[in-house]
Unconditional design. Sequence first.
Length: 107
Amino acid sequence: MGGNIQMFSHKRRGILAVAVLLLVSLFLFGMLVRADDAEEEPFLYKYYTSVQIRPGDTLWDIASEYCRDPGQIREYMKELKRINHLGSDEIHAGRYLTVVYYSKEYK
């Protein structure tokens, strides 16, 4: 009879271990799914507008104001230079610059 109790106890431990492993796996899977959802950015519409360059403005200042990702500011500056046909970073007060900006709102 003692052998039966030990066998039942081993089965119970095995079932408990599988249940715990399953619960931990489900918890970790849920965390991964939530992490993926958190990383998704909402759809943003791309727009262009014209801004007047103020005295003392630099291309970097304007890019810093309109660039949505500070880590991409150099790429954003390249785009500003391309769409405005600029050969350098030099800009002049009083002139206008076309800038790109993004919005969640459809306009």
